[in-house]
Structure formats: C-alpha cells, structure tokens
Design a protein. Structure first.
Length: 585
C-alpha cells in the first residue's frame, strides 16, 4: 500500500483521530502548555523528603511499594527462552533494600561509584536501583564491552564496586590490576566465588530487607553514564537526583504512560534510553515494564508484544528497519492488537518507518523522539495528540527552549540549517562531565547548550534532524567515538595508524569504517583484516568494531598531527573536500 492509502495520511502528514484513541493522551493542549508550563509544576509529580531532600529510587520503587501499587507487577522479565519471572513493586522494594544493605555493609559510601555490568536480568535492576537507594552513584555498563572499555570507565571514575556475573567478570579480571580503587567484585550467579569476590546470593540472603532510602540533596548524583565524543576517551556524564522530575514528566507526557499500560523499552540498561525509559521514568509512573533477555529477533519481538499484551513500545530505527526488512507477513501471524502507542529514538527514523507501522500495527505510527545522554530525558518529540510529519523529530517539550543557531549563537530563520541548541537549564540536564570541567564547558557557548547535532525548523515549528556537527558515530543507534576505535586499532601489532569514520548504511544508519596504515612487515590480506576486526571486538566492544577496513599508505593529517576524519569521510562519500589549508601536505 502507498502511504496515502492509510486513512490517517493526508498530504504526507499522519493525522490523529483523537476520538478513536483507546485512552486520552496525558498531554493535551500543547500550544497552551508551552505558554503556561513552569518546571515547578512538575515537582509535584514526585515525592520529596522533608527539607527538600529526594531520592530518585524512592520515587521509582518505594513510593509504589508503600502505597496502592504494592502488589502490582513492576517487572515482567522474560529470558526469551521460556522462563518468565514477575516481580511486584513490593518485591523489588525488598530486594533493592537488601542490596542497599549489602553495599553499606561493604563500606560503600555516599556518592561512591558502583558499576553494574550485567546481562539483562532482575538482578540488573535490583543492583542499579539498590545502589541509588544507598546514596551511591550507580553506573551501568553495556554487556558487549571488552576489557579496554571497562578499564577506561572504572579508572576514570575511581569506581569502588563492580556487580557482574561469572562470564563478564573474566573481562574485568584482564584489567583489574590497573584499577587500584576497585575494592569489591560482586558476582551474581556463582555459589563458589574466587578469592576476593563477593557472592551476591550469599550476601543478599543474609541482608535485612529493611532499609531507609538515603535522603539526598536534589543536586547530588543518582547515576553516571559514559558516552562518546569526537575526541578522547568516553566521558562520564553525571545526572542528579532532581532529574527524576523530568524523567517522570516525559514518561507521562511523551510516552503517555497510563496505569493500565504494559510498557516495553527495548534498549539495554547500558545506554541512556535503557536507564531513563527502561527503568527510572516508567516505574516512577507506577507502570508495569517488560524486560526481554537475549538478542534482537523479529519473531521473538512480535511474540513478546503478543504474549505480554504490550501497549506502549519504545525502540530504535535500526530495529524498525530490520523488522520492515522481514516483511509484513510475519507480524500478521501475531496478535499485536494490544499496542497503543509506538516510539523510536537514537538516530533518524525514516519516513517509511513511521508509515510502515500504520499498516502493520493497525493505524499506529511510530513517534520519533529526540534526546541525548547529556540531556537526561526527551526534549524534542512527536506527542501522541499531534499530527506527525514523517521524518521530523517533532516539537520541544513545554519548558524547553530549542533553537537553530549559527556559530555566534544567533538564531537562524526558519528552514535554515544550523546548530541545534537548548537554553540551559532543565531538571534532567547533566550536571558535570566527571572530573572534566573543560569538557563540560565545551558544550556551553553563547548562553546555549550545544547538542553537537545540526537541524532545521519548519514553518509549523517542527524540528528536522540534519546530522552530527562532529565525528561521533551512531551505528545501530549506539553511540561510538572514533577515537576509542582508533585507540583499540593501533594496539594491534599490524596497525601503525588508524582513522575511523561513520559510513552511511541503509540498515544500521551508519557502520564503522577504518582506514589503516600497516606497520612495516605486514601485508594486506582478508585474514589480517578479519584478525584486526576480532581484536577490536575483544578489546573494546562487541558492537564497536570496524565492519569495513581499507588499508592506505598514509592518512590525511593537520600540521599538528591530528587525523582529518572529515577528509576521509569526504573521499569515501565523494563529497567536496572543503578547506584543506590546515592539511600537513
Ligand atoms: C542522535 C540517545 C535523529 C543525535 C537517546 C543525538 C537522533 C545522539 C535522535 C545522542 C532522533 C538521538 N533523530 N538523531 N530522534 N535521537 N539522535 O547520547 O545525534 O546515545 O545527538 O542518546 O543520537 O545519542 P545518545
């Protein structure tokens, strides 16, 4: 069918028939709200301790367990292999209390860094939230990370504790001697632990399920997440407890969570989407969440929607494209009528992705949402009540001033491309880059927060994504810094120099492409390239390796020796080379 065939499509726009919606959207009257909304209004969505203190985890778990939602299922964890485990808010409350007690007994102090390196599991949520309850700064790590990625994060943050499992711990052991501050390794699935390890099970069994969630200043930190920039190693983006206000608000207004919803966010907790919308925000709204273990698979995903009667689904464009590629016969085999609203994030969502869903999910389009690790919650989005212009990111959240500006910070006229900026500050905005003030300051110029993205605004106030203004790569929606990949590459004995770019790809948005100069004595071969790919996968991360490698004689560099990735990209894509006055020769 063509897009225009859908009853909601007119003139390339997806209209909403509000009378036909199963539930009334939580946000209604966007234009008025943009004028009247004050952040102080949102403070009422969460519970506060006396004297203005707060704890995000109290809002996420305790307030429900101590109230009417006590026996409501908080988590449906489906391991994807036939075992489904349901945990109520009260059970999560007791488990997280125990884990907080385990940390206190170990001597973990307020604002110490506790890393959680686990496959998706009930323990993952329990240890992440338990650490926040205890006043620690919790930091989840993506399970595909290799030893180098682990070392960089734990070292930079001086982490004192790591919660992991018997498989993943092996990667941590490869770098443990470089981590002098790491005192505790807690292993969730081993009865007999190695010397120096702590058994999660044994400690949890011995711990009391009573704990008074620590009262925090709203500006103290709840979690940190390392993310990639253009230069240097990943940086620790730090988020304050106050952020829960906006994380709750957006879960209501954007994700439109209602009490009866069954909600599924497909992102791993190692990424910001998983932390904020696969854990904190939805539970703060008291909604039942589904967690699905294992890897992406069209059959498994449709089955999950059917079996758990999922109503709200938050996923990523690469997944949407992969589902589209499987064709429309497959979803027709499942009962997907439970779905109510669909969302996507992480990279541009093609117009076809938005409208494909109209057909396959009975007139339900995907709603694109835009945000970043640094912004802490959704800032620009398609709201359920609004018509969608497929391909557009939508409009700013009430309370958020977003603009397109030039290099001087001057606002550009509608339709012109420029830097996407946000007026600081908002409750869930990052508070610092861990121990790196200069890095934080790089974001702040001319009174704006620079997102690093370029975009434009149309005459109706809809925002359209153009691209990244820097070298950050989005591959399958996951954020990768070229410098990290280059650093891992040159650790390989055959690699003398490396330059890494994102190369546009139909399915994955971008793939990682490396240009390398070989060390003397090595010659180009398919085996060598494969060996290099494997090396990067095992050292850095399973997802952040170059799918394509070109061997070159030299790399374009500035006179100060910096690799000019811009030139590599221009050459690869046949784009104009631009200014080369700083080129070495
Ligand atoms: C990109 C993910 C186009 C963008 C929550 C941003 C998007 C970066 C969209 C942040 C979107 C995110 N359309 N691009 N709807 N959403 N991005 O930190 O380049 O992993 O700056 O946060 O993803 O990636 P991060």
């Amino acid at each position: 069918m063509t897009d225009e065939d859908s009853e909601l499509m007119h003139g390339g726009i997806v209209n909403k028939d509000l009378a036909q919606l199963r539930l009334k959207p939580n946000l209604r009257g966007y234009d008025d709200l943009r004028k009247t909304f004050k952040w102080a209004d949102a403070d009422k969505l969460v519970e506060w301790f006396p004297n203005g203190k707060i704890n995000s985890a109290y809002n996420v778990i305790d307030r429900h367990a101590l109230g009417d939602n006590k026996d409501k299922v908080a988590l449906i964890y489906d391991d994807g292999e036939g075992t489904v485990q349901k945990t109520t808010f009260e059970q999560l409350y007791r488990e997280t209390n125990k884990f907080a007690n385990v940390l206190v007994k170990l001597g973990v102090k307020r604002q110490d860094r506790v890393f959680v390196f686990l496959q998706r599991s009930t323990e993952l949520y329990v240890s992440f939230l338990g650490a926040i309850k205890a006043g620690a700064i919790a930091s989840p790590m993506f399970p595909a990370f290799g030893p180098d990625a682990i070392r960089d994060r734990l070292l930079d943050s001086s982490a004192v504790a790591l919660v992991t499992d018997s498989e993943l711990v092996k990667r941590a052991y490869q770098v443990k001697n470089q981590l002098p501050d790491l005192k505790h390794i807690i292993v969730v699935d081993k009865a007999d632990t190695e010397a120096g390890e702590i058994s999660y099970r044994a400690e949890m069994d011995a711990a009391s399920d009573d704990f008074e969630t620590v009262h925090m200043d709203p500006e103290e930190f709840q979690f940190m997440l390392y993310t990639s920039g253009t230069t240097g190693k990943p940086k620790g983006v730090v988020h304050a407890h106050k952020g829960i206000v906006q994380q709750t608000l957006t879960s209501r207004w954007v994700l439109d969570l209602h009490d009866e919803d069954i909600y599924w966010c497909t992102a791993d907790l190692g990424w910001i989407t998983g932390v904020v919308y696969g854990c904190l925000g939805p539970w703060s709204c008291g909604v039942t969440q589904v967690g699905l273990g294992g890897r992406f698979g069209p059959d498994r995903w449709y089955k999950s929607i059917q079996d758990h009667r999922i109503s709200i689904w938050y996923t990523a464009p690469t997944a949407v494209r992969m589902l589209m590629a499987k064709g429309d016969d497959l979803p027709a085999k499942y009962d997907l009528t439970s779905l109510r609203v669909l969302y996507s994030v992480g990279e541009p969502l093609n117009p076809e992705g938005v409208t494909w869903a109209l057909d396959v999910f009975a007139n339900k389009p995907f709603h694109d949402t835009w945000w970043q690790t640094e912004t802490g919650s959704i800032l620009i989005t398609n709201f359920p009540e609004m018509p969608i212009k497929p391909g557009s990111m939508g409009k700013p959240l009430p309370g958020i001033e977003a603009q397109i500006v030039d290099e001087n910070g001057d606002v550009l006229p509608e339709g012109e491309e420029g830097s996407l900026v946000i007026r600081p500050s908002w409750p869930s905005m990052m508070r610092q880059i861990w121990k790196n003030e200069p890095k934080y300051n790089e974001y702040m110029r001319n009174g704006w927060y620079y997102t690093g993205d370029t975009a434009q605004i149309d005459k109706d106030g809809y925002f359209w994504y153009v691209g990244r203004a820097d070298d950050v790569i989005k591959t399958s929606g996951e954020r990768v810094g070229p410098f990290e990949v280059e650093s891992a590459l040159i650790e390989h004995e055959a690699v003398a120099e490396a330059g890494v770019i994102g190369k546009p790809d139909q399915l994955r948005g971008n793939i990682i492409k490396a240009f390398i100069v070989l060390t003397p004595g090595h010659t180009e071969s398919d085996e060598l390239k494969e060996d290099i790919r494997k090396f990067v996968k095992s050292r850095l991360a399973g997802h952040a390796y170059p799918r394509e490698i070109d061997i070159v004689k030299s790399l374009p560099k500035t006179r100060s020796g910096k690799i000019m990735r811009r030139l590599l990209r221009a050459k690869e894509l046949g784009l104009p080379i631009g200014d080369t006055s700083t080129l070495e020769d």
